[in-house]
Write a protein that binds this ligand. Structure first.
Ligand SMILES: [Zn+2]
Ligand SMILES: [Zn+2]
Length: 276
């Protein structure tokens, strides 16, 4: 009698998939056995997310914002207005918005995601960003702001991509992390002002030359995703590269927005152009 072994051959890829499934299963068993913990202070909570104290510490963008880049405006202009930054240097993206102010618990949340082993916070942030992203109009693909490969190695993951993947699933559209890459490792933006930030990222973002990528991007409406938006220089550099490569439009959603980035000068030269 001949026995025919019709099992699929064990390849490294199949092994990796099996390991991934096992890890997910182990996590699901542990999650079911242990009470969920607050994503920030690790206090026990009824369901995955944040405890009531950490949740109440989150600062949401609620007041008037620049119609273009979404930065909170220091005074209510009484109608649609753009900030001084957008008036002086119109960004390549059409609109940018964020649900959170980068302050207090919101800042700790984003930093925990960025610097800790906190991939579990990505779904929480994506959940907050989804309604904001939906308000920016229909999109064809979700693209995260890329990290340079060296920084990605240090941080283990691109946090923007973790958020973007979850957000794309919520919005029911494709997550396309390969559409952009960082050509060079840009110094940390830190406390740089608006002009220095723009110089820092100028020319650093590129769409790979692959014909397949260019074809997918051609005419696409792109939702660009980042964790924190400060002056918008990084988002602007990404949007420029995407539009140059054939994208039809780029809108941006970040988890948190720095309230008054740049040189900190606030003045009202024109009621429709508030410099922040
Ligand atoms: Zn908490
Ligand atoms: Zn603006």
């Amino acid at each position: 009698m001949t026995l025919i072994d019709d099992r699929a051959p064990v390849t490294p890829r199949r092994l990796a998939v099996a390991r991934g499934l096992l890890a997910r299963l182990a996590r699901a068993v542990l999650d079911a056995a242990l009470p969920p913990l607050c994503g920030l202070c690790r206090a026990p909570v009824d369901q995955p997310g944040l405890c009531a104290t950490c949740w109440s510490g989150l600062g949401f963008v609620t007041g008037p914002v620049c119609d273009c880049c979404g930065v909170p405006l220091p005074v209510d202009p009484g109608g649609p207005a753009i900030c001084g930054g957008c008036a002086a240097h119109p960004p390549a993206f059409s609109t940018a918005r964020a649900p959170l102010i980068y302050d207090g618990a919101s800042k700790r949340l984003v930093l925990a995601l960025k610097h800790g082993d906190a991939g579990h916070l990505a779904p929480l942030l994506a959940g907050l960003m989804a309604p904001v992203a939906s308000g920016l109009g229909p999109v064809d693909m979700v693209v995260p702001v890329p990290l340079h490969w060296r920084r990605r190695l240090r941080r283990r993951d691109n946090q923007a991509a973790l958020i973007a993947r979850d957000l794309a699933a919520r919005l029911g559209c494709r997550h396309q992390p390969g559409m952009l890459r960082r050509r060079r490792a840009t110094p940390i933006q830190g406390n740089k002002g608006r002009a220095a930030r723009a110089r820092n990222v100028s020319g650093a973002m590129a769409v790979p030359a692959s014909a397949d990528i260019r074809a997918r991007l051609s005419g696409a409406r792109v939702l660009l995703v980042d964790d924190v938006m400060t002056t918008g220089a990084t988002a602007d550099a990404c949007a420029r590269a995407l539009l140059r490569a054939g994208a039809a439009s780029v809108v941006v959603v970040a988890a948190a927005r720095v309230p008054a980035p740049g040189d900190g000068i606030r003045h009202m030269a024109d009621p429709t152009a508030l410099a922040v």
